[in-house]
Design a protein around this ligand. Structure first.
Ligand SMILES: Cc1cc2nc3c(=O)[nH]c(=O)nc-3n(C[C@H](O)[C@H](O)[C@H](O)COP(=O)(O)O)c2cc1C
Length: 176
């Protein structure tokens, strides 16, 4: 029988490409760094990302339909630090980077051209600390050269919201 320690050791030994998921609801934008993500169907094409319930991005995602998955390139460490180490509950990340609105106002980060713009299909919650957002790709932008930023190249980033935190699902700053 494997222990939880062994499970954690195995999981942290696996390199993962990093992405930034962004979304918007009402006049608000949100986005965070995500390591838990994967294609989860070929036909129809589907992509899953797991969002921490502690994150502001999760609270907006509950209300949103459109999402942008920005696949970070080696060299995007600053973007990873901004979206992984800072929470939108304390700072406006979108004032610190260049972006423009896509479908439904979803923020598209100018510095990261490799992205999938997608619409929500389902949100699965099995009572863990992350919920699974299943998305249908709407548009994919793939520059000719793409070398993903792997977790092993990230350096130390303290998450803006440790997963143990679970604020009120409808915070005061979110639209009704
Ligand atoms: C290496 C790393 C991987 C992360 N992976 C995820 C993830 O898969 N899902 C998630 O919701 N948050 C993940 N986070 C945490 C969020 O990116 C982080 O808490 C962020 O600051 C939340 O911002 P927000 O509150 O504005 O949404 C990760 C953070 C780091 C440093």
């Amino acid at each position: 029988m494997g222990s939880k320690h062994d499970f954690n050791a195995l999981m942290t030994s696996i390199d993962r490409p990093m992405l930034v998921v962004t979304t918007s609801a009402g006049d608000s934008q949100a986005g965070c760094l995500v390591g838990f993500h994967s294609q989860c169907s070929i036909e129809p094409p589907r992509y899953a990302v797991w969002l921490s319930k502690a994150n502001r991005t999760f609270r907006l995602a509950v209300l949103a339909d459109a999402f942008a998955l920005h696949f970070l390139s080696d060299g995007d460490q600053e973007l990873a630090e901004l979206f992984g180490g800072v929470t939108g509950d304390d700072h406006d990340k979108f004032a610190c980077c260049r972006w423009h609105p896509g479908i439904d106002g979803v923020p598209l980060l100018d510095a990261c051209a490799t992205r999938v713009i997608a619409r929500r299909v389902a949100l699965h919650d099995d009572n863990g600390d992350h919920a699974c957002l299943v998305l249908a790709p709407h548009e994919t932008e793939l520059p000719s050269e793409f070398a993903p930023l792997e977790s092993s190249r990230l350096g130390d980033i303290d998450a803006g919201h440790p997963v143990g935190e679970r604020p009120n699902p409808l915070g005061p700053d979110l639209p009704d």
